[in-house]
Design a protein around this ligand. Structure first.
Ligand SMILES: NC(=O)c1ccc[n+]([C@@H]2O[C@H](COP(=O)([O-])OP(=O)(O)OC[C@H]3O[C@@H](n4cnc5c(N)ncnc54)[C@H](OP(=O)(O)O)[C@@H]3O)[C@@H](O)[C@H]2O)c1
Length: 247
């Protein structure tokens, strides 16, 4: 299997837990030092420096993975988020953030899927895991362009699953919707956070049960509330205390 962004955060925990259940794991990331540290701690992991934003990296990754015998599971975990900005206050940074997040979180997934799709479809048992977010259900004022990138990814995920079904393919498409999880990405947030350990346990349990949409922790609650009381869900994700930093 291949995990993008597997050298830290949720991806690193996934690397450990998939290894524990006997998977042969290849991970990617942009930072060679982080990849080297994983290789040292877990020598059986194959590490490949590769940026999901870059076309040439993706092609090289595909060639290297093919040479290693290919994969049955492609786990899109790499993702980025930018600091909070008020979309109503003119700032060139808003566009820069949006472009960066879309390039990594959205186009990065489509790029690798285009490369690996035929390989994955040719396997008897294969799957893709796509990491969206609780924020693909309800957007966060603190992460506006990030929320938009994850909702784009979530729509893509649902349509990819249906398109494969129309083609008669057995390739499974899992969508993982984490709540707030304690990683580098959320280090500055003081709210309640799930551990990476518990999140990945829930992912593995969802996969075992063949549950294609894996909503974890608070995501389950926000999903239900957002269906019936969208304003209540919006206010739960965006409590008034955060308005001050957006003024
Ligand atoms: N933490 C949360 O609360 C939360 C909630 C919902 C969803 N998620 C999603 O879960 C996923 C993992 O997040 P995390 O919290 O574990 O974040 P993290 O701690 O910041 O880790 C992100 C990982 O992605 C890699 N990465 C970033 N950009 C990349 C690129 N262009 N190419 C290849 N690798 C790249 C990073 O490694 P390098 O820097 O070395 O490239 C890092 O290993 C993301 O998709 C995120 O959006 C997180």
């Amino acid at each position: 299997m291949l995990i993008t962004g597997g050298a830290s955060g949720i991806g690193l925990e996934a690397t450990k837990q998939f290894l524990e259940i006997g998977a042969r794991v290849i991970i990617t990331g942009r930072n060679q030092d982080k990849l080297d540290a994983v290789k040292q701690a877990m020598p059986s992991v194959t590490v490949i420096k590769s940026d999901v934003e870059k076309e040439e990296d993706a092609h090289s990754l595909f060639t290297q993975v093919t040479a290693l015998g290919g994969i049955d599971l492609l786990y899109h975990n790499a993702g980025v988020g930018s600091p909070a900005l008020n979309l109503g206050a003119t700032n060139d940074q808003i566009l820069e953030n949006a472009v960066y997040e879309m390039k990594v979180n959205y186009f990065g997934v489509i790029r690798l899927n285009n490369l690996f799709m035929d390989m994955l479809k040719s396997r008897t048992q294969s799957a893709i895991i796509i990491t969206t977010s609780i924020l693909s259900l309800v957007p966060a004022l603190e992460e506006p362009t990030y929320s938009a990138s994850k909702v784009a990814l979530s729509f893509y995920t649902k349509l990819l699953r249906k398109d494969l079904e129309i083609l008669g393919s057995s390739l499974k498409i899992f969508e993982l919707l984490p709540p707030l999880v304690a990683t580098e990405m959320t280090a500055k947030r003081n709210d309640k956070k799930m551990t990476t350990h518990d999140l990945v346990k829930a992912l593995l349990s969802g996969i075992k049960k063949d549950q294609l949409t894996i909503r974890v922790g608070d995501t389950k609650l926000i999903y239900l509330i957002s269906r019936f009381f969208p304003k209540v869900a919006f206010n739960l994700v965006n409590p008034k205390k955060i308005y001050a930093q957006l003024r």
